[in-house]
Design a protein around this ligand. Structure first.
Ligand code: AMP
Length: 422
Protein backbone atom coordinates (compact mmCIF):
# COMPACT_ATOMS: atom_id res chain seq x y z
CA UNK A 1 0.00 0.00 0.00
CA UNK A 2 1.29 3.48 -0.85
CA UNK A 3 0.95 6.52 1.40
CA UNK A 4 -1.06 8.12 -1.43
CA UNK A 5 -3.86 5.67 -0.80
CA UNK A 6 -4.29 6.65 2.84
CA UNK A 7 -7.17 8.84 3.83
CA UNK A 8 -4.99 11.56 5.37
CA UNK A 9 -4.24 15.22 4.76
CA UNK A 10 -2.10 16.35 1.85
CA UNK A 11 0.25 18.07 4.30
CA UNK A 12 1.24 14.73 5.80
CA UNK A 13 1.44 13.06 2.39
CA UNK A 14 3.75 15.81 1.18
CA UNK A 15 6.01 15.48 4.21
CA UNK A 16 6.18 11.68 3.90
CA UNK A 17 7.06 12.11 0.23
CA UNK A 18 9.89 14.48 1.18
CA UNK A 19 11.13 11.95 3.71
CA UNK A 20 11.47 9.61 0.75
CA UNK A 21 8.88 7.01 1.80
CA UNK A 22 6.46 5.57 -0.70
CA UNK A 23 5.21 2.24 0.56
CA UNK A 24 3.85 1.59 4.03
CA UNK A 25 5.68 -0.93 6.19
CA UNK A 26 3.56 -3.86 7.47
CA UNK A 27 2.97 -2.30 10.90
CA UNK A 28 1.95 0.99 9.24
CA UNK A 29 -0.41 -0.79 6.88
CA UNK A 30 -2.17 -2.55 9.75
CA UNK A 31 -2.04 0.16 12.39
CA UNK A 32 -2.73 3.45 10.58
CA UNK A 33 -6.23 2.71 9.19
CA UNK A 34 -7.35 1.15 12.50
CA UNK A 35 -6.00 4.06 14.50
CA UNK A 36 -7.58 6.59 12.13
CA UNK A 37 -10.89 4.81 12.78
CA UNK A 38 -10.45 5.52 16.46
CA UNK A 39 -9.59 2.02 17.69
CA UNK A 40 -7.24 1.35 20.56
CA UNK A 41 -4.28 -0.74 19.46
CA UNK A 42 -1.65 -3.09 20.76
CA UNK A 43 1.10 -3.21 18.17
CA UNK A 44 3.70 -5.87 18.67
CA UNK A 45 6.59 -4.54 16.63
CA UNK A 46 10.30 -3.91 16.92
CA UNK A 47 12.43 -0.88 16.41
CA UNK A 48 13.08 -0.64 12.71
CA UNK A 49 9.56 -1.74 11.77
CA UNK A 50 8.44 1.82 11.09
CA UNK A 51 6.27 1.94 14.22
CA UNK A 52 7.00 5.62 14.91
CA UNK A 53 5.28 6.76 11.73
CA UNK A 54 2.56 4.17 12.39
CA UNK A 55 1.48 6.28 15.38
CA UNK A 56 2.76 9.67 14.20
CA UNK A 57 0.28 9.81 11.31
CA UNK A 58 -2.92 9.10 13.29
CA UNK A 59 -1.73 11.44 16.05
CA UNK A 60 -0.96 14.33 13.67
CA UNK A 61 -4.04 13.80 11.53
CA UNK A 62 -6.25 14.63 14.50
CA UNK A 63 -4.39 17.64 15.90
CA UNK A 64 -6.45 20.85 15.98
CA UNK A 65 -3.83 23.57 15.52
CA UNK A 66 -5.79 26.57 16.89
CA UNK A 67 -6.03 24.80 20.26
CA UNK A 68 -2.56 25.24 21.68
CA UNK A 69 -2.88 22.75 24.52
CA UNK A 70 -1.46 19.21 24.50
CA UNK A 71 -3.74 16.88 22.56
CA UNK A 72 -1.44 13.89 22.32
CA UNK A 73 1.19 12.49 24.63
CA UNK A 74 3.76 9.88 23.70
CA UNK A 75 5.62 8.08 26.47
CA UNK A 76 9.02 6.56 25.71
CA UNK A 77 11.51 4.75 27.95
CA UNK A 78 14.66 6.79 27.25
CA UNK A 79 15.81 10.26 26.45
CA UNK A 80 17.34 9.09 23.16
CA UNK A 81 14.09 7.54 22.04
CA UNK A 82 12.19 10.69 23.05
CA UNK A 83 14.42 12.84 20.88
CA UNK A 84 14.22 10.40 18.00
CA UNK A 85 10.42 10.10 18.18
CA UNK A 86 9.94 13.87 18.53
CA UNK A 87 12.15 14.45 15.52
CA UNK A 88 10.25 11.86 13.42
CA UNK A 89 6.92 13.45 14.41
CA UNK A 90 8.25 16.89 13.53
CA UNK A 91 9.36 15.65 10.13
CA UNK A 92 6.02 13.95 9.49
CA UNK A 93 4.28 17.18 10.54
CA UNK A 94 6.70 19.56 8.83
CA UNK A 95 3.99 20.83 6.44
CA UNK A 96 1.42 21.42 9.18
CA UNK A 97 1.71 25.13 9.91
CA UNK A 98 2.31 26.17 13.52
CA UNK A 99 2.50 22.59 14.79
CA UNK A 100 4.44 22.42 18.06
CA UNK A 101 6.03 19.19 19.26
CA UNK A 102 8.08 19.08 22.46
CA UNK A 103 10.32 16.39 23.91
CA UNK A 104 10.56 16.39 27.71
CA UNK A 105 13.08 14.15 29.41
CA UNK A 106 15.33 14.08 32.41
CA UNK A 107 18.85 15.40 32.23
CA UNK A 108 17.80 18.62 30.52
CA UNK A 109 17.07 21.77 32.55
CA UNK A 110 13.40 21.75 33.39
CA UNK A 111 13.04 25.53 33.03
CA UNK A 112 13.51 25.53 29.27
CA UNK A 113 10.91 22.79 28.83
CA UNK A 114 8.55 24.67 31.13
CA UNK A 115 8.78 27.85 29.06
CA UNK A 116 7.97 26.00 25.84
CA UNK A 117 5.09 24.15 27.52
CA UNK A 118 3.64 27.42 28.78
CA UNK A 119 3.73 28.90 25.27
CA UNK A 120 1.64 25.98 24.09
CA UNK A 121 2.42 22.66 22.42
CA UNK A 122 0.22 20.17 20.60
CA UNK A 123 2.23 16.99 21.06
CA UNK A 124 4.35 16.05 24.06
CA UNK A 125 6.91 13.27 23.80
CA UNK A 126 8.39 12.37 27.16
CA UNK A 127 9.85 9.93 29.60
CA UNK A 128 7.28 9.04 32.27
CA UNK A 129 9.32 10.49 35.14
CA UNK A 130 9.77 13.91 33.59
CA UNK A 131 6.15 14.03 32.43
CA UNK A 132 4.99 13.42 36.02
CA UNK A 133 7.37 16.13 37.13
CA UNK A 134 5.76 18.64 34.77
CA UNK A 135 2.25 17.58 35.81
CA UNK A 136 3.10 18.09 39.47
CA UNK A 137 4.61 21.50 38.81
CA UNK A 138 1.44 22.52 37.04
CA UNK A 139 3.23 22.92 33.70
CA UNK A 140 1.34 20.21 31.92
CA UNK A 141 -2.41 19.71 31.90
CA UNK A 142 -3.68 16.42 30.52
CA UNK A 143 -7.33 17.47 30.36
CA UNK A 144 -7.22 18.00 26.60
CA UNK A 145 -5.39 14.78 25.77
CA UNK A 146 -7.18 12.78 23.10
CA UNK A 147 -4.46 10.29 22.25
CA UNK A 148 -1.85 8.51 24.38
CA UNK A 149 0.93 6.42 22.84
CA UNK A 150 2.99 4.02 24.93
CA UNK A 151 6.11 3.40 22.87
CA UNK A 152 8.34 0.44 23.75
CA UNK A 153 6.01 -0.30 26.63
CA UNK A 154 7.91 -3.41 27.70
CA UNK A 155 11.10 -1.38 28.05
CA UNK A 156 9.30 1.22 30.16
CA UNK A 157 8.01 -1.47 32.51
CA UNK A 158 11.47 -2.98 32.78
CA UNK A 159 12.81 0.39 33.76
CA UNK A 160 10.32 0.61 36.60
CA UNK A 161 7.97 3.17 35.05
CA UNK A 162 4.77 1.20 35.64
CA UNK A 163 3.43 3.38 38.41
CA UNK A 164 4.26 6.60 36.53
CA UNK A 165 2.57 5.30 33.39
CA UNK A 166 -0.56 4.37 35.31
CA UNK A 167 -0.63 7.76 37.03
CA UNK A 168 -0.40 9.52 33.69
CA UNK A 169 -3.06 7.33 32.07
CA UNK A 170 -5.39 7.83 35.02
CA UNK A 171 -5.11 11.60 34.61
CA UNK A 172 -6.06 11.67 30.96
CA UNK A 173 -9.71 11.81 29.84
CA UNK A 174 -11.46 8.48 29.85
CA UNK A 175 -12.59 8.79 26.22
CA UNK A 176 -8.99 9.05 24.96
CA UNK A 177 -7.53 6.69 22.37
CA UNK A 178 -4.63 4.57 23.63
CA UNK A 179 -2.04 3.12 21.27
CA UNK A 180 0.43 0.71 22.81
CA UNK A 181 3.57 -0.51 21.07
CA UNK A 182 5.81 -3.16 22.49
CA UNK A 183 8.33 -5.67 21.17
CA UNK A 184 7.11 -8.29 23.64
CA UNK A 185 3.77 -8.68 25.39
CA UNK A 186 4.43 -9.95 28.92
CA UNK A 187 1.66 -10.31 31.52
CA UNK A 188 2.13 -6.79 32.89
CA UNK A 189 1.50 -5.27 29.46
CA UNK A 190 -1.70 -7.29 29.16
CA UNK A 191 -2.80 -5.97 32.57
CA UNK A 192 -2.21 -2.38 31.50
CA UNK A 193 -4.06 -3.00 28.25
CA UNK A 194 -7.01 -4.51 30.11
CA UNK A 195 -7.16 -1.68 32.57
CA UNK A 196 -6.61 1.29 30.27
CA UNK A 197 -7.66 0.28 26.76
CA UNK A 198 -11.06 -0.25 25.17
CA UNK A 199 -11.33 -3.41 23.03
CA UNK A 200 -7.85 -2.95 21.61
CA UNK A 201 -7.05 -4.47 18.23
CA UNK A 202 -4.00 -6.65 18.44
CA UNK A 203 -1.50 -6.29 15.60
CA UNK A 204 1.52 -8.51 15.43
CA UNK A 205 4.34 -8.02 12.99
CA UNK A 206 6.66 -11.00 12.83
CA UNK A 207 10.18 -10.23 13.90
CA UNK A 208 12.31 -10.30 10.76
CA UNK A 209 15.38 -10.30 12.94
CA UNK A 210 14.69 -13.93 13.74
CA UNK A 211 16.00 -14.70 10.28
CA UNK A 212 19.13 -12.68 10.78
CA UNK A 213 21.97 -15.09 11.49
CA UNK A 214 23.32 -15.27 14.99
CA UNK A 215 26.66 -13.54 14.64
CA UNK A 216 28.41 -12.36 17.78
CA UNK A 217 30.32 -9.24 16.82
CA UNK A 218 33.32 -8.03 18.80
CA UNK A 219 35.81 -5.22 18.23
CA UNK A 220 39.33 -5.18 19.65
CA UNK A 221 41.06 -1.81 19.78
CA UNK A 222 44.84 -2.13 19.76
CA UNK A 223 48.11 -0.72 18.53
CA UNK A 224 48.87 -1.69 14.98
CA UNK A 225 51.98 -3.52 16.17
CA UNK A 226 49.89 -5.72 18.49
CA UNK A 227 47.45 -6.84 15.84
CA UNK A 228 49.17 -10.02 14.81
CA UNK A 229 49.70 -11.20 18.36
CA UNK A 230 46.05 -10.38 19.14
CA UNK A 231 44.92 -12.37 16.12
CA UNK A 232 46.81 -15.49 17.26
CA UNK A 233 45.31 -15.19 20.74
CA UNK A 234 41.81 -14.99 19.30
CA UNK A 235 42.40 -18.00 17.08
CA UNK A 236 43.62 -19.98 20.08
CA UNK A 237 41.00 -18.84 22.56
CA UNK A 238 37.97 -19.43 20.35
CA UNK A 239 38.83 -22.98 19.37
CA UNK A 240 38.38 -22.14 15.72
CA UNK A 241 37.26 -24.84 13.35
CA UNK A 242 37.24 -22.78 10.16
CA UNK A 243 38.26 -19.14 10.08
CA UNK A 244 38.40 -16.50 7.38
CA UNK A 245 40.79 -13.65 8.06
CA UNK A 246 40.20 -10.57 5.91
CA UNK A 247 42.87 -8.04 5.03
CA UNK A 248 42.54 -4.91 2.92
CA UNK A 249 45.67 -5.41 0.82
CA UNK A 250 47.68 -8.21 -0.74
CA UNK A 251 50.68 -7.08 1.28
CA UNK A 252 48.73 -7.48 4.48
CA UNK A 253 47.43 -10.90 3.35
CA UNK A 254 50.98 -12.08 2.66
CA UNK A 255 52.28 -10.83 5.98
CA UNK A 256 49.52 -12.40 8.03
CA UNK A 257 49.46 -15.74 6.27
CA UNK A 258 53.26 -16.07 6.26
CA UNK A 259 53.44 -15.63 10.03
CA UNK A 260 50.32 -17.65 10.82
CA UNK A 261 51.80 -20.63 9.01
CA UNK A 262 54.38 -20.97 11.81
CA UNK A 263 51.77 -22.09 14.33
CA UNK A 264 48.51 -22.70 12.49
CA UNK A 265 47.21 -24.58 9.48
CA UNK A 266 46.79 -21.44 7.41
CA UNK A 267 47.01 -20.34 3.79
CA UNK A 268 45.96 -17.38 1.68
CA UNK A 269 44.23 -16.32 -1.49
CA UNK A 270 44.42 -12.98 -3.27
CA UNK A 271 43.82 -11.49 -6.67
CA UNK A 272 47.29 -12.11 -8.11
CA UNK A 273 47.02 -15.88 -7.89
CA UNK A 274 46.07 -17.98 -10.89
CA UNK A 275 42.72 -19.69 -10.73
CA UNK A 276 44.53 -23.00 -10.44
CA UNK A 277 46.43 -21.97 -7.32
CA UNK A 278 43.30 -20.51 -5.78
CA UNK A 279 41.35 -23.71 -6.42
CA UNK A 280 44.10 -25.70 -4.76
CA UNK A 281 44.03 -23.51 -1.65
CA UNK A 282 40.26 -23.62 -1.53
CA UNK A 283 40.27 -27.39 -1.70
CA UNK A 284 42.70 -27.54 1.20
CA UNK A 285 40.35 -25.29 3.15
CA UNK A 286 37.23 -27.29 2.29
CA UNK A 287 38.68 -30.66 3.22
CA UNK A 288 40.30 -29.45 6.41
CA UNK A 289 44.00 -29.53 5.49
CA UNK A 290 44.07 -25.90 6.43
CA UNK A 291 41.51 -24.29 8.73
CA UNK A 292 42.47 -20.64 8.45
CA UNK A 293 42.19 -18.78 5.19
CA UNK A 294 43.59 -15.27 4.82
CA UNK A 295 42.02 -13.30 1.98
CA UNK A 296 41.24 -9.94 0.42
CA UNK A 297 37.60 -8.94 -0.18
CA UNK A 298 37.89 -9.42 -3.92
CA UNK A 299 39.46 -12.84 -3.65
CA UNK A 300 36.82 -14.00 -1.20
CA UNK A 301 33.91 -12.80 -3.33
CA UNK A 302 31.86 -15.63 -4.69
CA UNK A 303 33.55 -18.26 -2.56
CA UNK A 304 30.98 -20.78 -1.58
CA UNK A 305 31.98 -22.13 1.79
CA UNK A 306 29.81 -23.13 4.71
CA UNK A 307 30.75 -23.89 8.29
CA UNK A 308 33.03 -20.90 8.80
CA UNK A 309 32.70 -20.23 12.51
CA UNK A 310 34.98 -17.21 12.87
CA UNK A 311 35.52 -14.16 10.68
CA UNK A 312 38.38 -11.84 11.54
CA UNK A 313 38.69 -8.37 10.07
CA UNK A 314 42.42 -8.01 10.48
CA UNK A 315 42.05 -4.65 8.77
CA UNK A 316 38.87 -2.62 9.24
CA UNK A 317 36.92 -2.90 5.97
CA UNK A 318 36.50 0.19 3.79
CA UNK A 319 32.77 0.53 4.39
CA UNK A 320 29.65 -1.01 5.87
CA UNK A 321 28.89 -3.02 2.71
CA UNK A 322 32.24 -4.77 2.84
CA UNK A 323 31.75 -5.38 6.56
CA UNK A 324 28.36 -6.99 5.99
CA UNK A 325 29.73 -9.06 3.11
CA UNK A 326 32.63 -10.28 5.20
CA UNK A 327 30.70 -11.25 8.29
CA UNK A 328 27.95 -12.81 6.17
CA UNK A 329 30.43 -15.62 5.51
CA UNK A 330 29.72 -17.06 8.93
CA UNK A 331 26.60 -18.30 10.74
CA UNK A 332 25.22 -19.92 7.61
CA UNK A 333 22.27 -22.29 7.83
CA UNK A 334 21.17 -21.26 11.29
CA UNK A 335 24.55 -21.88 12.93
CA UNK A 336 26.28 -19.49 15.30
CA UNK A 337 29.29 -17.46 14.29
CA UNK A 338 31.79 -14.90 15.54
CA UNK A 339 33.01 -11.77 13.78
CA UNK A 340 36.07 -10.04 15.24
CA UNK A 341 37.32 -6.67 14.05
CA UNK A 342 40.81 -5.49 14.97
CA UNK A 343 40.87 -1.71 15.11
CA UNK A 344 44.10 0.31 15.20
CA UNK A 345 44.14 4.03 16.03
CA UNK A 346 44.12 5.24 12.45
CA UNK A 347 41.14 3.02 11.67
CA UNK A 348 38.90 4.30 14.46
CA UNK A 349 36.97 6.85 12.39
CA UNK A 350 36.26 4.30 9.68
CA UNK A 351 35.28 1.74 12.29
CA UNK A 352 32.91 4.15 14.05
CA UNK A 353 31.10 4.79 10.77
CA UNK A 354 30.67 1.08 10.26
CA UNK A 355 29.57 0.61 13.82
CA UNK A 356 26.88 3.30 13.44
CA UNK A 357 25.55 1.86 10.20
CA UNK A 358 25.55 -1.72 11.49
CA UNK A 359 22.20 -2.98 12.74
CA UNK A 360 23.64 -5.06 15.54
CA UNK A 361 25.78 -3.75 18.32
CA UNK A 362 29.51 -4.46 18.00
CA UNK A 363 30.80 -5.10 21.50
CA UNK A 364 34.24 -3.85 22.50
CA UNK A 365 36.52 -6.41 24.11
CA UNK A 366 40.10 -6.92 25.16
CA UNK A 367 42.22 -9.66 23.62
CA UNK A 368 42.22 -12.79 25.77
CA UNK A 369 45.21 -12.92 28.12
CA UNK A 370 47.68 -15.79 28.06
CA UNK A 371 46.22 -16.95 31.38
CA UNK A 372 42.73 -17.05 29.90
CA UNK A 373 43.96 -18.95 26.87
CA UNK A 374 45.70 -21.50 29.11
CA UNK A 375 42.51 -21.91 31.11
CA UNK A 376 40.48 -22.46 27.95
CA UNK A 377 42.99 -24.95 26.55
CA UNK A 378 43.17 -26.83 29.86
CA UNK A 379 39.42 -27.09 30.07
CA UNK A 380 39.20 -28.39 26.55
CA UNK A 381 41.96 -30.97 27.11
CA UNK A 382 40.25 -32.14 30.30
CA UNK A 383 36.94 -32.49 28.52
CA UNK A 384 38.59 -34.45 25.72
CA UNK A 385 40.29 -36.67 28.31
CA UNK A 386 36.98 -37.29 30.08
CA UNK A 387 35.31 -38.42 26.91
CA UNK A 388 38.27 -40.72 26.21
CA UNK A 389 37.78 -42.25 29.65
CA UNK A 390 34.10 -42.82 28.85
CA UNK A 391 34.99 -44.43 25.51
CA UNK A 392 37.48 -46.86 27.08
CA UNK A 393 40.31 -48.48 25.08
CA UNK A 394 42.94 -47.11 27.43
CA UNK A 395 44.39 -50.37 28.76
CA UNK A 396 47.69 -50.06 26.97
CA UNK A 397 48.29 -46.59 28.39
CA UNK A 398 47.03 -47.54 31.84
CA UNK A 399 49.75 -50.13 31.97
CA UNK A 400 52.41 -47.54 31.09
CA UNK A 401 51.11 -45.24 33.82
CA UNK A 402 51.19 -48.10 36.34
CA UNK A 403 54.73 -49.00 35.35
CA UNK A 404 55.86 -45.39 35.83
CA UNK A 405 55.29 -45.78 39.60
CA UNK A 406 54.44 -42.12 40.10
CA UNK A 407 51.62 -40.49 41.98
CA UNK A 408 48.75 -40.64 39.46
CA UNK A 409 47.46 -37.12 39.94
CA UNK A 410 50.97 -35.66 39.72
CA UNK A 411 51.59 -37.58 36.54
CA UNK A 412 48.32 -36.38 35.03
CA UNK A 413 49.11 -32.78 36.01
CA UNK A 414 52.56 -32.97 34.41
CA UNK A 415 51.14 -34.39 31.17
CA UNK A 416 48.46 -31.70 31.12
CA UNK A 417 51.05 -28.99 31.62
CA UNK A 418 53.16 -30.34 28.77
CA UNK A 419 50.13 -30.28 26.48
CA UNK A 420 48.98 -26.81 27.44
CA UNK A 421 52.41 -25.22 27.28
CA UNK A 422 53.62 -26.85 24.12
P1 AMP B 1 11.09 2.92 13.59
O1 AMP B 1 10.69 1.47 13.66
O2 AMP B 1 9.94 3.83 13.79
O3 AMP B 1 12.23 3.23 14.51
O4 AMP B 1 11.56 3.26 12.10
C1 AMP B 1 12.71 2.71 11.54
C2 AMP B 1 13.22 3.51 10.34
O5 AMP B 1 12.42 3.28 9.19
C3 AMP B 1 13.24 5.00 10.54
O6 AMP B 1 14.48 5.49 10.12
C4 AMP B 1 12.12 5.52 9.66
O7 AMP B 1 12.40 6.81 9.20
C5 AMP B 1 12.09 4.50 8.55
N1 AMP B 1 10.75 4.34 7.95
C6 AMP B 1 9.57 4.48 8.56
N2 AMP B 1 8.55 4.25 7.70
C7 AMP B 1 9.10 3.91 6.53
C8 AMP B 1 8.56 3.54 5.25
N3 AMP B 1 7.26 3.46 5.03
N4 AMP B 1 9.42 3.27 4.26
C9 AMP B 1 10.75 3.32 4.49
N5 AMP B 1 11.33 3.67 5.65
C10 AMP B 1 10.52 3.95 6.68
Amino acid sequence: MNFDELNISDDIKKAIDEMGFEKLTPIQESAIPEALNGHDLIGQAQTGSGKTIAFAIPVLERIFIPDKSPQAIILCPTRELCMQVASEIEKTGSKIKKLKVLAVYGGQPIGKQTRVLKKGVHVVVGTPGRVIDHIERGNLDLIGIERVVLDEADEMLEMGFREDIETILARTPHQRQTLLFSATIPREIKQIAERYQKNPKFIKISDKRKNIPKITQYAFKCDIKDKFNGLTRLLEAYDVKLALVFCNTKKSVNFVSKHLKDDFKADSIHGDMTQQVRDKVMNKFRNGNINILVATDVAARGLDIDNVDVIVNYDVPQNIDDYIHRIGRTARAGKRGFAFTLVSKDEIVRFNNIRKANNVKIIEKEFPTLGEIDAIKTKKLLNDAKSLIRDGNLERYEKIVDDAEEDNSKLAAALLRMLVEN
